[in-house]
Design a protein. Structure first.
Length: 426
């Protein structure tokens, strides 16, 4: 178990976060959504308190306890006034050690989750991201949905709440936790609070990481997610890339800013400013423990969806081959270094970044030390990183739009063979 403390006595508030290694990538195959189900269910009552009483107690204390899920971890995070911290820590300890997993809450969550899935299918942007995650690198642990599918949710219903309870007991063990505290607290107080959080947990063992993914399938391909009566096309283009903390991370941060991370970026200027095809266009390398995606996104009118894909692939191929100019590197570096203080301005922000670094097994201070790493890079270093890590010939394109109107132009976009699927097929 690792403990991180960021003291700041300026205000009588304490934030804390319990990071639990595992996350959606560790869902059993065919039972996608189980980590999410377990986490939400654990928050819906603990110890002697059912959900309503737990919520009422937190409200009376002016406090908050929330669970969240990422590909790499579950988190229980809390906020408390200093004078109520002991009481809130006790509630958090109950959620960790004594979640109720009540049957009625289990059944309610089983009814609610399909509604969330329907909402995603109604939201073209969220739907494009869902499909891109699935098809970008088949077989990758990050490619499976954290929410679930109809079949995996049915499997969770068949297994019953015991499956969620067993997962929680297996992963919520002392040696699998990273605990961060920030605010009006010192090291001695933090040590005592952490001891109370974990005193009823078994020592356990750290959850094994998912297997490193193999190479992605070569060549370009397009998935057209057919949805009727669209006037736009939500577009995602990208491929499997490196993990956060790779030796090229700092160089790629500069490259990303130049290509699609600022208003002055090439994608924004070419797609929005010069042509007016979309309100915005950008790109990012997903930050995760394992290799994850490099992804470009935009929303173009359906009449220019094909040309927009062709243009972005052309821009990307040129950028991968030639990289940014010296002036672009200088400007992006200045922008990134100048913006970093806004990400580490509070004790809470510094604690959260430190918890994430620990989850990714990165050196202490890795993220907060990136400005120094950026300053040591020259334009040639950034161009070399582009050549090593950007692979336009293997780009996957996802377009959520109406196939009848967009298919011919997408087939002509030099984005590889086009497969048409129903929007509710996944």
């Amino acid at each position: 178990m690792k403990t991180i403390v960021e003291a700041s006595p300026d205000t009588p508030l304490v934030w804390f976060e319990v990071g639990i290694r595992g996350g959606a990538a560790a869902d059993p195959v065919g039972i996608e959504g189980l980590h999410r189900h377990a986490a939400l269910l654990a928050r819906r009552g603990a110890g002697a308190k059912q959900r309503a009483e737990l919520d009422e107690t937190l409200d009376s204390l002016g406090a908050a306890l929330e669970v969240s899920l990422s590909r790499d971890s579950l988190s229980l995070s809390g906020l408390s006034l200093t004078r109520h911290l002991d009481a809130v820590i006790d509630l958090a300890a109950q959620i960790l050690a004594e979640p109720r997993f009540d049957e009625d809450e289990h059944q309610r969550l089983l009814r609610e989750t399909p509604q969330v899935l329907d909402e995603i299918r109604d939201d073209d942007s969220a739907l494009a991201t869902r499909w891109f995650d699935w098809v970008c690198s088949p077989g990758h642990p990050y490619g499976r949905t954290s929410l679930g599918t109809e079949s995996s949710l049915a499997r969770i219903a068949t297994l019953g709440r015991d499956a969620a309870r067993d997962l929680w007991r297996r992963e919520v063990v002392a040696d699998n936790l990273i605990i961060g505290l920030a605010g009006d607290i010192d090291e001695a107080q933090a040590e005592k609070l952490v001891a109370r959080l974990v005193e009823r947990l078994p020592k356990g063992a750290r959850v094994a990481d998912p297997a490193e993914p193999g190479p992605a399938a070569p060549g370009r391909r397009t998935i057209l997610v057919d949805k009727p009566d669209r006037t736009q096309a939500q577009l995602r283009i990208g491929h499997l890339a490196t993990k956060y903390g790779h030796p090229d991370t700092a160089a790629l941060a500069i490259a990303e800013a130049v290509f699609g991370g600022m208003f002055s970026s090439r994608l924004m200027q070419e797609v929005r400013v010069k042509r007016g095809w979309s309100y915005g266009a950008g790109c990012a390398m997903r930050r995760s423990r394992l290799p994850h995606w490099f992804e470009m996104w935009t929303a173009a009118g359906i009449d220019v969806a094909g040309p927009a894909v062709a243009l972005e692939l052309e821009l990307y191929a040129d950028y991968a081959a030639n990289g940014p100019t010296d002036d672009e590197v200088d400007f992006a570096r200045s922008y990134l270094v100048g913006s970093m203080p806004f990400h580490v301005a509070t004790a809470r922000q510094r604690m959260q970044l430190a918890v994430r670094d620990e989850l990714f097994d990165l050196p202490v201070g890795y993220t907060t030390g990136l400005p120094e790493a950026l300053g040591q890079l020259g334009a040639a270093d950034v161009r070399a990183a582009c050549t090593r890590n950007y692979h336009p010939d293997h780009a996957v394109t996802v377009a959520v739009t109406t196939a009848e109107l967009a298919l011919p132009a997408l087939q002509a976009a030099n984005a590889g063979p086009v497969t048409v699927v129903r929007h509710d097929e996944y």
